[in-house]
Every structure is written in C-alpha cells, then in structure tokens.
Design a protein around this ligand. Structure first.
Ligand code: URA
Length: 259
C-alpha cells in the first residue's frame, strides 16, 4: 500500500535529513553503500608495467597488501589501477570516484593535499572546488599551472587520501598509514624536484607529524627531496591574513626551483 504524506510532512522529513548531515539528493531511492558487495580486486596487469594479479595471504594485513601492490606498480597508470583495485579501505565504499591526481606528472613541483571533498569526489580530480581555485591562483603567482605541458611551469597534484571521507570527516591515523605506500610510490614514480605538503594530513603521512602552524615555511626532506609544508587553502580561505605567510612560502619554492 502506498503511503501518502503531505507537503509539510515531506518538508519536515527533509529538514530532519539535512540536520543528520544529508548534503545532496542523489537518487529517488536510497543506496546503502555498506551493503553493496565488495568487488573482487581487479587484476592490475592491464596497463604496461602493471603489477600481476595479486592473491593476498590470509596472514597479511591491509597495510602489507597496500605496500606490495604499490611497490609492484611500474608506472603511474599501473599505480592508479592498483589503487582502484584495492578493496580493503572502507573509505572507498562511501566514495563515487577514486581521486588519483591532476596536472602534469612531469612537473618539477608535486603538491600533496589532504583528501577529496564533494566536488573532487564528483569529478574524480583533486582540488577542483573553491580551495582548488585558490590553489591555482597561488601557484599562478609564481608561474606554475597544472595545465601547463612544460614541466618547468607545470604542477602535479595528489592527496594522501584518494577517496572522500564520509561527511568530510578526518581520516584516521590507521587509514593514512594504510594508504601511505600508494602515496610514497606515487612520489617515486612522478619524481618531482620539490614537494609541497599542503596542510596537516600531508605532514602526518610524509613527515610522521602534524603541527602545520609551526612546520610551515621550514624546508623538510621527503624521500630525499626538498619538501615545503604550507597552510592548506581551506585555512587560507577562512584566515585571509595567513595569505601573507603563504606568499612567503611560495617565494621560497620559486627560489628553490631556480637554485
Ligand atoms: N582539499 C584537498 O586537500 N584536496 C582536494 O583534493 C580537495 C580539497
């Protein structure tokens, strides 16, 4: 029997869902993504240099499996496929797309951000929302552009977390650690001259510590490469005064590229 509800009842139900955190209407009927059966991991041998089909041993934990998958990827395409086939991180089940990277993989500068938000989840690319617009403006000011085909003027962008966390919650330290081998391999394969650590999660994943307000502006080493921690554009949008420090960090990056 069909249940009829009137306008005001429907209105109240909608308000209640918004209060619970529903941010957008996706379809007429709800989908419980936690009940969707997990897909079997894709054999990652399709792309040239891709790792061979991988059968995990029962004793291995998710981090060990991530490490083996990541290390056996011989190219960025193979790494993306390995990540797409990795089914052991719960974040994947709530996300629409894997957000792997954007920009020119040959760029001298590689930016490591935090995690995809709503816009990135929809488009499958990092930094395409408001923060992304600010990020593009910031780097344009020192002559770098993610659409540039010239490695000298290009940018390459990724995140330590490739799936949008539900309700944009912070990823747990266990999730960051589990996905770290993919990030490390990503940096090894892209082989930039300079890494930019945008915000605390990038610092947690790659330096093993947070505290961006103290770390920013101080050159660090990641895989033997110079790495500059910077305030995340989300913070800069809320705190315009901090843009002065971000500008100083950008000039430092520019100087490092010339040195
Ligand atoms: N913030 C990030 O750190 N990464 C994104 O991809 C989008 C917003």
């Amino acid at each position: 029997m069909e249940t009829q509800i009137d306008y005001w009842e429907a209105h109240a139900l909608l308000e209640w869902q918004i209060e619970l955190g529903a941010a957008e209407a996706i379809s007429e009927t709800p989908v419980n993504r936690y009940e969707i059966p997990e897909k079997a991991p894709k054999p990652a041998a399709a792309a040239p240099g891709a790792p061979q089909a991988f059968v995990p041993e029962k004793t291995e934990d998710a981090s060990e499996i991530a490490l083996k998958l990541a290390q056996s990827a011989g190219s960025l395409e193979a790494l993306r496929e390995a990540l797409e086939g990795f089914e052991l991180c719960d974040l994947k089940r709530g996300a629409r797309n894997v957000v792997f990277s954007d920009g020119n993989p040959k760029a001298r500068v590689m930016i490591v951000g935090e995690a995809p938000g709503r816009d990135e989840d929809i488009k499958g690319k990092p930094f395409v929302g408001r923060e992304g617009q600010l990020l593009d403006k910031m780097f344009a000011a020192i002559g770098l552009d993610r659409t540039s085909p010239d490695s000298e003027h290009a940018l390459y962008i990724t995140n330590p977390i490739p799936w949008r966390p539900p309700e944009n919650r912070d990823p747990s330290p266990a999730e960051i650690a589990m996905l770290k081998p993919f990030l490390i391999r990503h940096i090894e394969l892209a082989d930039p001259d300079v890494i930019v650590l945008m915000g605390n999660w990038a610092c947690t994943a790659l330096l093993g510590r947070a505290g961006i307000t103290r770390l920013r502006g101080q050159w660090q080493k990641v895989l033997g490469k110079p790495a500059m921690p910077m305030m995340h554009p989300t913070y800069l949008l809320r705190t315009p005064l901090a843009k002065r420090e971000a500008w100083a960090d950008l000039l430092d990056i520019q100087a490092k590229l010339k040195s």
